[in-house]
Design a binder for this molecule. Structure first.
Ligand SMILES: *Cc1c(COP(=O)(O)O)cnc(C)c1O
Length: 417
């Protein structure tokens, strides 16, 4: 026994390079430095259940209760999930140009997050790179860095409805690029791409023989005339790994159940399937009860629920745009999907009139918190300086209160009253 060595319990290198950008940035904020006279309004959490105004459908509650009562869904599943659940997903997510989808093309995971981890870990290794969007859902970078994969970033342009700067995207690619990851509709932008733009991205992937990982967790959550298209619908050759789940569409993020689907007509992902399967064996699939709910949802007509949710989101998005548009010093880019929007801060104006107290998005968020007890996430959480993200799921009276406070805050800081 090595008695001389003494106690030295440390954190591993891979745990220490596991960094959550939201925590990293918000740890710079003094969350105790809030205006105690005003009730805190958090517009920061990407979780629609926070305020109790957006809840799941009773059908899901009844379904999970029913499955619990049978006691038939309490055992382990095969590691990519229950075969009947995978088969049902394959049946329902078949697309006209991908009729051959089977359960072998579907793997369940611990949320869309778990599915992303499986794909990222299986497709790239140390020294490889994956292209990620800016602004970006922060988990992508966290997962890459944890696995020793280099995250490379491509820019989405606010003034062009958050479309990708295609030239810049292509300039990031080299022979170690293993995938292009896209997120449409987007968290944090609320943008929804046109088919035409998606085809341009597919064409770059085709030119470089690189698959697309499409995070489509906000599939069909669109409004204001926007039309949602799955990447796989318009790609017959470039393989698409579609990430989806029940968290956002059915308002149960805590149920931790998502999946990946391989749309790969030409079998380019043949070798990758082995890696994906091995990755599923690490955690043996998600919770069995929430897996069991999926076939019920997919066989049930959920369109009423989904339409109502979209209407509620649309109305909140409209309200948000109308209010923020009128505020001096801020620019809003109209959201068309999901439940987020990015707001631009005219940092030069704010820094001049505040003697440099507000000089970027982090200081803006801090001051807003301190004076108005409204919490928004600084754009730097998403690698986008001088913006902040709003989650517009809150009830409209809460949103109104928050936006009124933001307005009086900006007017005060810009010395407009
Ligand atoms: C919420 C979210 C996820 C994670 O979904 P889970 O199923 O809760 O893990 C993945 N991608 C994006 C862009 C999200 O906003």
């Amino acid at each position: 026994m090595d008695v001389a060595r003494g106690w030295n319990v440390t954190s591993s290198p891979q745990s220490l390079r596991t960094i959550n950008p939201i925590q990293q940035i918000t740890s710079k904020l003094d969350m105790k430095n809030v205006n105690k006279d005003k009730v805190m309004i958090p517009l920061s959490l990407g979780d629609p259940t926070v305020f109790g105004n957006m809840d799941t459908d009773d059908f899901l509650v009844e379904s999970i209760t029913k499955h619990a009562k049978t006691k038939r869904r309490n055992g382990y599943t095969t590691s990519p999930g229950f075969p009947d659940v995978r088969a049902k997903i394959a049946e329902k997510y078949k697309l006209p140009n991908h009729q051959q989808l089977t359960q072998e093309d579907v793997m369940l995971a611990n949320g869309a997050s778990g599915a992303l981890d499986i794909v990222i870990a299986a497709i790239a290794g140390e020294g490889d790179n994956i292209l990620l969007p800016i602004p970006s859902f922060p988990l992508y970078e966290t997962l890459c860095c944890h696995r020793g994969i280099e995250p490379r970033f491509y820019q989405q342009v606010a003034e062009q409805d958050w479309q990708v700067d295609l030239q810049q995207l292509e300039s990031q690619m080299d022979n170690r690029t293993k995938a292009i990851l896209v997120n449409n509709p987007s968290n944090p932008c609320g943008s929804v791409w046109s088919q035409e733009h998606m085809k341009q991205i597919i064409s770059i992937a085709r030119n470089h023989c690189v698959p697309i990982i499409a995070d489509e967790i906000y599939a069909n959550m669109v409004f204001g005339g926007a039309k949602f298209t799955y990447f796989a619908e318009i790609s017959d050759d470039v393989p698409i790994i579609s990430i989806n789940g029940i968290a956002k569409q059915y308002v149960v993020p805590g149920w931790r159940t998502g999946w990946l689907i391989l749309y790969d007509k030409l079998n380019y992902l043949k070798e990758l399937r082995d890696g994906l399967f091995r990755m599923t064996t690490l955690l043996l699939g998600p919770n069995t009860l929430s897996q069991a709910v999926i076939p019920d949802i997919l066989d049930h007509d959920m369109s009423g629920f989904c339409n109502d949710l979209n209407k509620a989101l649309e109305s909140n998005a409209k309200f948000t745009c109308e209010k923020i548009k009128k505020i001096e010093g801020l620019t809003i880019f109209e959201p068309k999907g999901a439940f987020y929007t990015m707001v631009g801060i005219d940092v030069d104006r704010f820094s001049k009139s505040t003697q440099n107290v507000i000089f970027d998005d982090v200081s803006f968020s801090q001051e807003l918190l301190k004076e108005e007890s409204v919490f928004v996430l600084p754009g730097q959480c998403f690698k986008m300086k001088n913006y902040f993200r709003i989650v517009f799921c809150a009830p409209v009276d809460k949103l109104k209160e928050a936006y009124d406070r933001i307005e009086s805050f900006c007017n005060k800081k810009l010395k407009l009253n």
